[in-house]
Design a protein around this ligand. Structure first.
Ligand code: ATP
Length: 237
């Protein structure tokens, strides 16, 4: 579904990614781990064509995406749930969700809303509330639901556990496990939380200062104290 080869991205003279390769098969979930500044968000922004590539290739379902726009990437079935959730705080939850189906006929958007509400039933009674009135964990749920409103075939998630309590992270984990196993969603999960990455993905890529430092079983990271110390800034919790 997603193949990245020799990817290089820089900001001015400063390289952010160098020679990064990655594959995610259809129906697979892969995580990208790494400390702050390792290049994880840059990788997702490059996939969405929000950044110019210095070198390398990004292929989605076999198609070279080098010349596509962000809108065309979205139309190919890729959705990004961004870091920090990025909800419109002064809009209702319902309107935030419907924005995820922007451009689709309203009949289809409504049908997708019903599907999403089937996944998160408690949201139905709170659709008219402002997104800004929701807790961080609730907002993260809404942000994930908004990405699902486009009916993606590849879901990119940027640190969904960021800033959340253990209870909220457990709820996010359960929701994503359902989306993964019942809907068969292909996922690329950027995380610093090794426990969440292990629960959701079988394979991981560890980035360190813009290069691939490790590729292997996500579960092996939980036991790899040295790796975690070197690349994640401490032993996994
Ligand atoms: P975090 O976990 O803190 O979000 P990250 O792994 O997602 O970190 P990136 O945000 O991809 O890291 O940043 C990778 C490198 O690129 C960092 O050195 C960062 O300072 C730099 N960088 C990111 N965005 C920009 C930008 N818009 N302009 C200049 N440098 C940037």
């Amino acid at each position: 579904m997603l193949e990245i080869v020799g990817l290089a991205v820089s900001f001015g003279a400063a390289p952010a990614l160098r020679g990064v390769g990655l594959r995610v098969a259809a129906g697979e979930a892969v995580s990208v781990l790494g400390a702050n500044g390792a290049g994880k968000t840059t990788l997702l922004r490059a996939i969405m064509r929000r950044l110019p590539l210095d070198a390398g290739a990004i292929r989605i379902a076999g198609e070279d995406c080098g010349r596509l726009t962000t809108a065309q990437i979205v139309r190919r079935g890729v959705a990004l749930c961004p870091e920090g959730r990025q909800l419109f705080q002064a809009m209702t939850v319902e309107d935030n969700l419907l924005l995820g189906a922007y451009g689709s006929p309203s009949r289809i958007a409504r049908a997708r809303l019903e599907t999403v509400l089937g996944r998160v039933p408690w949201l139905r009674a709170r659709l008219r509330q402002l997104a800004g009135s929701f807790s961080g964990g609730e907002q993260q749920m809404v942000a994930i639901c908004r990405s699902l409103m486009g009916a993606p075939r590849l879901l990119l998630l940027d640190e969904p556990s960021s800033g959340l309590s253990p209870v909220a992270i457990a709820q996010i984990r359960e929701m994503l496990q359902t989306v993964r196993h019942e809907d068969g969603m292909t996922m690329l999960l950027v995380e610093q939380n090794v426990a969440l990455a292990t629960a959701l993905t079988t394979r991981c890529t560890v980035l360190n200062r813009g290069t691939v430092a490790f590729e292997g079983a996500t579960a092996s990271m939980a036991d790899a104290g040295d790796l975690a110390e070197a690349y994640l800034g401490g032993a996994p919790s």
